[in-house]
Design a protein around this ligand. Structure first.
Ligand code: NDP
Ligand code: MG
Length: 368
C-alpha cells in the first residue's frame, strides 16, 4: 500500500489526482492540503477517510468552524505533515509554498511526485542536489517532463537533446490586441487552473518548462528545444547521437502522468487511447517573438541563482492583475521585464529564493 500526502487537492491537478486515486486499490491518502477551499477539502476528507488536513491560507483557516479546527494543521504548522506516515508527497499546489516541504520530504528520502512548476524553477539546483544526495526520487507530473522522464528511464543511452512541445496556448500567437481573461481562459486543448492557462498564452509556461527540464534532467539550456505542436499528442522527444529520436505520444490528459507518478514504475490501465487511424499532427517552429514571456523566462533561467524566483514573483503579480482586468495582456511581460532588470543581490538558498520571490511580487505592484 502506497500512502500519499496530496498538496493542492482542491485545484485542477489535485482533483484529477483524487479521481485517479479513487481507481487505485493500492494507494491511500494520508493527508490532504489546500490553500483556501476548506469546504471541498472537508468533502474530500470524508470521501477518502482522511483524518488530517492542512490549510495554507490564514484567512480561510480562521473561518473554519470550531468543531473542525482540531483536524486541521494551521498555516504555521504545515511541516507537521511529516509527523504522519506517507511515502509520496504529491505536489499539485500552485506557487512556492511547497518548496520547504519538498526539501524536507527529500531529506526524509520520500518520493516527490511534482506537478508544481515554481518549486523546481526557483529552487531546482538545491532540490535536485538533495534528491541525488538522499537517493530520493522526484517523479515529474507536468506532461512534457513525464514524457521525457519515461523515455530517459527506458533508454539509458546518453541523450543528445531534449524537445518539449507547445500547443500554443489559448490564442496560439494570434493578434493579441483585444485579449481579455475570458478569451485566454478558453484553452483549446488543456483544462487547467487560471494562472497556468494565462502562462500558456504568454509563453511563460513553456519558458518555465524549459527551466524545469534543465533541472530535472541536468541538461544544458542549449540542448533543450521547444516546437509548436497544436494537437498536443506528442509531449516530449529525446534525441540520441546516432540520429534517432524517441517521441512520447498520448492523449492530452493529465490523468496519464498523474497515474504514472502514483503507480511508478508500473503502467496501469486507463481507458483513454489514441486512435492512430485518424491521427494527424504537425510540427512548426515555436514562434518565440509572439510569446514575450518565453524569452524572459529563458533569460532568467540562464542567469540562474535568484533570477527565476524574481521571474516567478513578478509573473504571479502581473497575471493576478490581468485576471482581475486591471492590466492588459501586453503589460504582463513589460512588468516582468522591469522587475527582472532590478533584481537585487540575494544569496541563493531556500530562504533566499522565497525572499527574492516576495521582493519581486511587491516590486511588480509598482508597475501595475
Ligand atoms: P489550480 O489553480 O487549479 O489549483 C491550485 C491549487 O493550489 C489549489 O488546491 C489551491 O488551493 C492551491 N493553492 C493556491 N495558492 C496556493 C498557495 N499560495 N500555497 C499553497 N497552495 C496554493 O492550479 P493547477 O491545478 O492548474 O496547477 C497546480 C500546479 O501544477 C501549478 O504549479 C501548475 O503550474 C502545475 N501544472 C498544472 C497543470 C494542469 O493541467 N493544470 C499541468 C502541469 C503543471 P485552494 O483552491 O484551496 O485555494
Ligand atoms: Mg506542461
Amino acid at each position: 500500500m502506497k500512502k500519499v500526502c496530496v498538496l493542492g487537492s482542491t485545484g485542477s491537478v489535485g482533483k484529477q489526482t483524487l479521481k485517479i486515486i479513487r481507481t487505485l486499490k493500492d494507494v491511500k491518502i494520508s493527508i490532504l492540503c489546500a490553500h483556501s477551499n476548506y469546504k471541498l477539502l472537508l468533502k474530500q476528507a470524508e470521501e477518502f477517510g482522511v483524518k488530517k488536513l492542512c490549510l495554507t491560507d490564514r484567512n480561510a483557516y480562521l473561518k473554519l468552524p470550531y468543531s473542525q479546527k482540531k483536524i486541521f494543521f494551521s498555516p504555521d504548522e504545515i511541516e507537521r505533515i511529516f509527523e504522519h506516515d506517507f511515502d509520496i508527497l504529491f505536489v499539485a499546489s500552485a506557487g512556492s509554498t511547497a518548496i520547504k516541504l519538498i526539501y524536507k520530504a527529500l531529506k526524509l528520502k520520500k518520493t516527490v511526485a511534482i506537478a508544481n512548476k515554481e518549486a523546481i524553477v526557483m529552487a531546482g539546483d538545491i532540490l535536485i542536489k538533495e534528491a541525488k544526495k538522499e537517493e530520493a526520487k522526484i517523479i515529474p507530473v507536468d506532461s512534457e517532463h513525464s514524457a521525457l522522464f519515461q523515455i530517459l528511464e527506458n533508454f539509458p543511452h546518453k541523450a543528445e537533446g531534449l524537445t518539449i512541445t507547445s500547443s500554443g496556448g489559448a490564442i496560439a500567437g494570434a493578434n493579441k490586441k483585444s485579449i481579455t481573461p475570458q478569451v485566454i481562459l478558453r484553452h483549446p486543448v488543456w483544462k487547467m487552473g487560471a494562472k497556468i492557462t494565462v502562462d500558456s498564452s504568454t509563453g511563460m509556461n513553456k519558458g518555465l518548462e524549459v527551466i524545469e527540464a534543465h533541472h530535472l534532467f541536468s541538461f544544458p539550456f542549449e540542448k533543450i528545444s521547444v516546437i509548436l505542436h497544436r494537437e498536443a499528442i506528442v509531449h516530449g522527444i529525446v534525441e540520441f547521437k546516432d540520429g534517432s529520436s524517441i517521441a512520447y505520444l498520448s492523449p492530452p490528459t493529465m490523468e496519464i502522468p498523474i497515474k504514472y507518478a502514483l503507480t511508478y514504475p508500473e503502467k496501469t490501465f486507463l481507458p483513454e487511447k489514441l486512435n492512430y487511424k485518424n491521427l494527424k499532427f504537425s510540427f512548426e517552429k515555436f514562434p518565440e517573438e509572439k510569446y514575450p514571456c518565453f524569452s524572459l523566462a529563458l533569460y532568467a533561467g540562464k542567469k540562474g541563482g535568484i533570477y527565476p524566483s524574481v521571474l516567478c514573483g513578478a509573473n504571479e503579480t502581473a497575471v493576478q492583475h490581468f485576471l482581475k482586468g486591471k492590466i492588459s495582456f501586453y503589460k504582463i511581460s513589460q512588468i516582468i521585464e522591469k522587475v527582472l532588470a532590478k533584481t537585487p543581490k540575494i544569496r541563493y538558498s531556500i530562504d533566499g529564493v522565497l525572499e527574492a520571490e516576495k521582493w519581486a511580487k511587491s516590486e511588480a505592484m509598482r508597475f501595475v
